[in-house]
Every structure is written in structure tokens, then in C-alpha cells.
Design a protein around this ligand. Structure first.
Ligand SMILES: Cc1cc2nc3c(=O)[nH]c(=O)nc-3n(C[C@H](O)[C@H](O)[C@H](O)COP(=O)(O)OP(=O)(O)OC[C@H]3O[C@@H](n4cnc5c(N)ncnc54)[C@H](O)[C@@H]3O)c2cc1C
Length: 510
């Protein structure tokens, strides 16, 4: 996160509306990065309204967020009951009975200057490697399957530097952890329910009024009020881009239960008749959920299906949630910046929501106003960047639904044959024809992630890079076998995940 241009005293008064993951991440980051600039920060939240609080799985970028705030990993993990996450296991997505892991790592190494997946595809087409053989050439997948974890090496020449990892944590505890940090850096928290929003003549928000009658004026409002988007939508009527036609799931039910043995170092996403179920192992429990499409399954059936597959009895009453996939037409309007669920929601399949919060906060810091007067150019740039991120994540998530051979339920027939955005159609065509993965300069889900899902869901290119044929089959087979052995040995040398976690237990001090 850069904020080079905030050099002088800016005296901007910031009001963050909402104390969920988004609100407290924003409060923590702004209070740390804007310290000494004269910016004052207040956060308003309502215990009565509560939070969504089910965001438990993350992507590796969260580590940079934590590190940029100076969090100690052991302390953070013990306070949030966190576990390590090496990837997501997708079960039954391509075909029933299939399973693959999307790791935070590339598969294999280039051979003869040609990406590994081209060689592997040739070998698979010729039947020289099994369909799930890609797992063998990934160190983090091998480790995940063995229930092991080790930190990546900082030495770029080490084989152990070739993967990354994320966390699975209790989102409620994480918000509390961030809150303590933000309050220690001067963020003022106000408990109360916003009842009214007043606008200035120029259409910007002037103040919010609480149920108590207290009126809170600010220059910049960060709307972290969740799905309701109290400021960005309620007050400013910005409009929502509905992506249900591409991402049809619109409901979820969530319930915790005890872990079945030591927590696994990965998240599981199992495709079901009208959606999919997650299992996220934390230190003290497992989070479970069923994401489904109300057009194909009713709420009671979805809840029953979830309860029927729990490893242990539920530890709380099932929680039902409704959502519409999509994003706000603009996420920064006037003096309101929407971050979190108020900005949009793409469903939790690839654990991207908290990452999009992190991106929003980073962009806001990069473009942070230098005075109480907002520059529309900052808003336009913020919106351009966030639109790009949302669309890329959207396309990647849609890929999981459309790259399926399942025809066993009406839901999967719908997903397999639904229209998809042109941006994704082009990407898929390039891969199907030539094994080419569209490259971005930056952003989430780069080449290895797309390859994991394409090959994991049986989308094989028709032609591979002709240069791959320059290396003999025998040589490729030898190198694939060597890579697999290397991964197996490296993974076997890592400690058990449970053993590593035992070092991160909450230390109760008297
Ligand atoms: C089913 C499901 C599963 C998910 N799983 C994941 C996951 O695995 N990984 C991931 O990264 N993300 C996940 N997410 C997304 C994640 O939960 C959210 O991104 C995250 O919790 C942020 O929510 P939020 O802070 O924007 O909103 P909320 O948690 O809804 O917080 C809203 C805040 O606004 C306050 N508020 C609202 N109205 C008012 C008012 N009138 N006055 C005062 N305060 C008010 C509330 O009190 C609350 O503090 C999931 C979401 C869903 C629905």
C-alpha cells in the first residue's frame, strides 16, 4: 500500500460506516497509514444489526495486509483461531467423482523454454499420465493431501520458495483483533444505528444521524455497511450491476461443527445438486456452508442437505443468507467510497471477498484526498481499477461453473450451457485451442490458477505449443517423474499441520 502523496496535513475527517470485516480492516489500515497526516477517523457500527461474519477463507495477499500493519503471525493466528491454507480442493466440479486442488503455486517448471502445462497436456493426451496426475507435480498439493504444512523459504533458489499460502480464520475474531489495533491508533468507535443521511447541495453526503439523535459530520465517508449499502445505494442511489445471469447462486446457509481430526491445511468446495458446499477448518471448529441457487432448490432442502453431511453435530443454529452477485455501478461516488459487501459480492467460491476489501483499501490509500474537497479524477481512477478487479474475479469464478461436464441436475445443465461474458469466452477459446492463458500485468488469479481449474475440470487444449514436440516423450516422462518425486519428498519433509498449529494456540494470561 502506497500513500506517497499524503505528505502534508490534510485534516480530512473520515467516517467509516460499519464494523464488519470491511469496516475494521479499513479502520486499521487507514489509522496506520495516515498516522501523522491530520486525518481523523471515526467508525460507527450497530451491534443490533450485526455483521455477516462468515468470511473465513482467504487468499495469500492477506499476509501482505497483515504484515503492512506489523502483525506478528503467531499472535494473529492464536487470536483468530487461524489455520494455514495451501489451496482449495474442488470435488465433483468437472465430473462427479473428480477432485483437484487449486494451489497458490505454479505446476512444474518450464522444459526447453515451453511452459510445463503444454508438456503435461501432451503426455495426458497420449495416456502417459493420469487425469489427476497434475497433483503429483505440485508441492503444496502433495503437502495438503498429506495434511502437512511448512512456511515457504525466503531463498528464491530453494524448492520450498515455489509456493504461497493463505489463512482460514474466524472473521469475528479477526474484526475484534483489527478493532483493538485501530482504537490504539486513535480510531474513535461509536455504537449506534444510523437512521438518517443528509446530503449537501452538491449531492455529497454531509452527515449521518444516529437513532440517539447524534449527528456525525465528515468529509469522506467509507461505506462498509454490508449488503444494504446504506450510503452508496440508500442515500446516493448508485445502482447495482446484477451478475446473476453468470453467477446464479443467490442463497447460503452456514453452520459450524467440530473438526473431524486435525484441521486440514486447505478449504474444500464440493459441488452439489444446485450449488456447492464449503468446509473451512479452523483451529477450534470447522465452518460449513451451502451456497445454492433458489431457482433450483428451496431453503429447507438446502439446509437439510448441509446438516446431513456435517462431520459432527452443529454447534449453532444454521444461519441463512441471501445475496445478489454483482457490483455497485460505481464504488466511489462524490465523497462516498464503498468497500466490502456494500461494493459488491461475487460469492465465496474462491475466497475473494476479503481480498477485494483489501484492494479497495489499498486503492483508497493510493488516491486518498489531500483536502476535504474531493477530486472526481480520484473517484474515476478508483472505479476503473476496481471494475477491472471485479470483472477478472467474476470471470474466474464463472469458469468453475461453465467448465463442467455434469448433466445430472437441471442446475448443472443450466450452468454448462449458460451465456458467459465475452471476456471469459475469449479466454476459454484461447486455452481450448492452444493452451494459452491470457496474461494480465497484475491482479488476481494469474496463469497457474487458470491452468489448475482448466485442467482440473478436464478442459484440455486441442493443440499444444509446437515447441513442446521438440523434447522427446521419454525425456518428458523422465522429467515429470523426477518433478513428482521431488514434490513428494519435499512435502513428506514438512511437519504435520496439526503439529505446527499447536504452536499457535491462544495463550491465556491470568
Ligand atoms: C455465504 C458467505 C460466505 C462468505 N465466505 C467468505 C470467505 O470464505 N472468504 C471471504 O473472503 N469472504 C467471504 N464472504 C464475504 C465476507 O463475509 C465479507 O466480505 C465480509 O464479511 C465483509 O462484510 P462487510 O464488513 O462488508 O459487511 P457486514 O459484515 O455485513 O458488516 C456491516 C456493518 O455495517 C453495520 N451497519 C449496517 N447498517 C447500519 C446502520 N444503519 N447503522 C450502523 N451500522 C450499520 C453493521 O452493524 C455491521 O457492523 C462470504 C460471504 C457470504 C455471504
Amino acid at each position: 500500500m502506497k500513500n506517497h502523496h499524503i505528505k502534508k496535513q490534510s485534516n480530512v475527517r473520515v467516517l467509516i460506516l460499519g464494523g464488519g470485516t470491511a469496516g475494521w480492516m479499513a479502520a486499521a489500515a487507514l489509522s496506520a497509514k495516515l498516522a501523522g497526516t491530520g486525518v481523523s477517523i471515526r467508525l460507527v457500527e450497530s451491534a443490533e444489526i450485526g455483521t455477516v461474519g462468515v468470511g473465513e477463507a482467504t487468499v495469500p495477499h492477506i499476509r501482505h495486509f497483515n504484515a503492512s500493519l506489523g502483525f506478528d503471525e503467531a499472535d494473529f493466528m492464536s487470536r483468530t483461531e487461524a489455520t494455514f491454507k495451501l489451496g482449495i480442493e474442488f470435488r465433483d466440479w468437472g465430473r462427479k467423482g473428480d477432485a483437484y486442488i487449486h494451489p497458490f503455486a505454479a505446476f512444474g517448471r518450464e522444459i526447453g523454454g515451453v511452459p510445463f502445462h503444454h508438456h503435461w497436456t501432451r503426455a495426458r493426451r497420449a495416456g502417459r499420465v493420469p487425469a489427476d496426475g497434475l497433483d503429483a507435480v505440485s508441492l503444496p498439493i502433495q503437502a495438503a493431501r498429506m495434511g502437512r504444512f511448512g512456511h515457504p523459504s525466503p531463498d528464491p533458489s530453494s524448492f520450498f520458495s515455489t509456493f504461497s499460502y493463505a489463512y482460514q480464520f474466524d472473521a469475528g475474531l479477526y474484526a475484534g483483533y483489527l478493532r483493538a489495533y485501530a482504537e490504539a491508533r486513535g480510531v474513535v468507535r461509536t455504537e449506534g444505528k444510523v437512521q438518517d443521511v443528509s446530503l449537501r447541495a452538491d449531492g455529497h453526503v454531509e452527515a449521518v444521524t444516529l437513532e440517539s439523535g447524534e449527528r456525525l459530520v465528515a468529509d469522506l465517508f467509507v461505506d462498509c455497511s454490508g449488503f444494504r449499502g446504506l450510503l452508496i445505494e440508500g442515500a446516493l442511489k448508485t445502482g447495482y450491476e446484477d451478475w446473476t445471469r453468470y453467477l446464479p447462486c443467490d442463497r447460503a446457509v452456514a453452520v459450524p461443527c467440530a473438526n473431524d481430526g486435525p484441521p486440514a491445511p486447505y478449504t474444500r468446495a464440493t459441488a452439489r445438486d444446485a450449488g456447492w458446499m464449503w468446509r473451512i477448518p479452523l483451529q477450534h471448529r470447522a465452518g460449513n456452508g451451502h451456497v445454492y441457487c433458489s431457482g433450483f432448490m428451496d431453503d429447507d432442502a438446502a439446509e437439510q442437505a448441509l446438516l446431513a453431511q456435517l462431520d459432527h453435530p452443529p454447534q449453532a443454529a444454521p444461519r441463512r443468507l441471501r445475496f445478489t452477485t454483482g457490483k455497485r455501478r460505481r464504488q466511489w461516488v462524490g465523497n462516498v467510497v464503498a468497500i466490502g459487501l456494500s461494493a459488491g459480492f461475487l460469492e465465496p467460491l474462491e475466497s475473494t471477498s476479503i481480498h477485494l476489501i483489501q484492494l479497495g483499501i489499498g486503492r483508497l490509500l493510493d488516491l486518498f484526498p489531500t483536502s476535504a474537497d474531493m477530486d472526481p479524477l480520484d473517484a474515476a481512477e478508483f472505479n476503473r481499477l476496481m471494475d477491472l478487479e471485479y470483472e477478472r474475479v467474476r470471470d474466474f469464478i464463472i469458469l468453475h461453473y461453465v467448465a463442467t461436464q455434469r448433466d445430472d441436475t437441471p442446475f448443472w445443465n443450466h450452468c454448462r450451457t449458460m451465456a458467459i461474458p465475452d471476456s471469459l469466452a475469449t479466454k476459454m477459446e484461447l486455452f481450448k485451442q492452444r493452451g494459452i492463458v491470457t496474461l494480465y500485468r497484475d491482479g488476481m488469479f494469474l496463469e497457474p490458477s487458470w491452468i489448475a481449474v482448466y485442467l482440473g475440470q478436464n478442459i484440455l487444449p486441442t493443440h499444444v505449443d509446437p515447441r513442446a514436440a521438440l523434447v522427446s516423450d521419454a525425456e518428458i516422462d523422465r522429467l515429470i517423474a523426477m518433478e513428482a518425486e521431488h514434490c513428494r519428498r519435499a512435502a513428506s519433509s514438512m511437519p504435520a499441520h496439526g503439529e505446527i498449529l499447536s504452536r499457535y494456540k491462544v495463550q491465556v494470561t491470568a
